[in-house]
Ligand binder design. Structure first.
Ligand code: GLA
Length: 389
């Protein structure tokens, strides 16, 4: 992201110099899919793609934001935060403003220019990045005032998730906002989505995360996501557990006969996926990259066959890379129904694998993929002309 040219854009549009820069990254999840809303474990990384807000505080209660990506400017008052049907992107900012205020925080208006290089609507959490960048902008714009906003990273993520759940109306879990808030360079985070405790797990040396955007439309994502959530809740109810997190693999194997077949398949995915996350962390800590990669393949198969959230395009990507020299593992990442797949590839083979995907995927699907290399990066941050947060 070219922050200096965003500062120039701010100066040109608003006729004054910016006083803060706020940013937050997108994410890819290495393993642990559809486990967060079951109170389980996830292992995401923040990626080196951000949403940034470059701005300056105002002394009234107006928020004005120009999005360079949409070439649109929105404006709202903090005293009457409403949905905007015309400029959908602005609801992430409005939602954060609304939720922070409902949680009792006193906000200050600001002007800002916004830009992102997290691909939109492709499963890399550009919405969580926008929400977290907005939280950071409100922190930065109240900095130094009597009502300066102080939030730790976990609380900030919880509020951003609440904005997505309650204002935007998407019933997501905590993973995306959490990793966007607390991601750490060169590390994945093992997040316990019940206690919200987390541990940094070093990324392996010598391996690259390759992200393949299938560029297929993500139809059904919302409705099927909610349906999966309620199927999991149903399973936990029948098993008498507060959530599927509380069901061990052994207990599940003993009692799965009590569940309707479809619910049993959904629960099997979640129960085994939680275990796979813990096994994957062990593998990373032992630097056993083949074991880690094998768990990625197992996760993908489970999401495809048991949880049924993959797509032909995602399966095609995994199929193309599997068995290629240097590929340690691959799987879909995020909610599914389109979006992105990831592959963990030994550095020296990254180029060959990318070329293989770029030639083979269009031949098999008729679509052009977008392939990125990603680096585990730092979570949300802000700085002002006088301090850094
Ligand atoms: C989306 C949601 C997350 C998580 C994943 C699936 O990214 O926003 O909370 O549930 O899907 O693992």
């Amino acid at each position: 992201m070219d922050i200096p040219s965003l500062c120039t854009a701010f100066q040109l549009r608003f006729g004054r110099a910016n006083t803060f820069v706020a940013r937050a990254p997108g994410r890819v999840n290495l393993i642990g899919e559809h486990t967060d809303y079951n109170n389980g474990f996830v292992l995401p990384i923040a990626i080196d793609r951000d949403v940034a807000l470059v701005g300056a505080q105002r002394d009234d209660r107006i928020v004005r934001v120009y999005s360079t990506d949409f070439a649109e400017c929105i404006e709202f008052s903090l005293d009457a935060v409403e949905h905007d049907l015309q400029h959908g992107w602005s609801n992430y900012l409005r939602g954060v403003a609304d939720i922070l205020q409902k949680a009792g925080y006193r906000l200050q208006g600001f002007d800002a220019v916004m830009q992102g290089d997290v691909p939109i609507a492709s499963g890399l959490s550009s919405s969580a990045a926008t929400e977290m960048a907005t939280v950071m902008a409100f922190v930065a714009s109240t900095h130094g005032s009597a009502t300066s906003l102080r939030l730790d990273g976990v609380r900030a993520a919880q509020l951003a998730q609440r904005a997505e759940n309650q204002f935007v109306g998407v019933n997501c879990g905590i993973m995306d906002q959490f990793i966007s808030s607390l991601g750490t360079a060169r590390h994945a985070l093992l997040i316990d989505c019940r206690s919200l405790d987390y541990q940094m797990v070093p990324m392996p040396n010598g391996a690259t995360v390759l992200v393949v955007d299938t560029t297929a439309p993500r139809t059904l994502a919302g409705s099927a996501y909610n349906q999966r959530r309620s199927e999991c809740e149903q399973g936990a109810r029948v098993l008498g557990a507060p959530s599927l997190r509380d069901v061990s693999v052994e207990e599940f194997e003993q009692r799965k006969g009590e569940l309707p077949a479809l619910i049993a398949r959904r629960c099997a995915h979640v129960v085994y996926e939680d275990q796979r996350v813990l096994d994957a962390v062990d593998a990373l800590r032992r630097n056993d990259m083949s074991a880690f990669g094998e768990l990625m393949y197992q996760s993908h198969a489970s999401l495809r066959d048991l949880y049924e959230v993959s797509s032909p395009e995602l399966d095609t990507v995994v199929d193309i890379v599997r068995g290629q020299p240097g590929v340690l593992g691959a799987r879909m990442t995020g909610a599914g129904f389109g979006g992105c797949a990831i592959a963990l590839v030994r550095d020296e083979y990254t180029r060959a694998v990318r070329e293989r995907v770029e030639s083979e995927y269009p031949r098999r699907t008729g679509r052009t993929p977008k392939v990125y290399s990603c680096v585990a990066s730092q979570g949300a941050s802000w700085s002002t002309t006088s301090s850094i947060g």
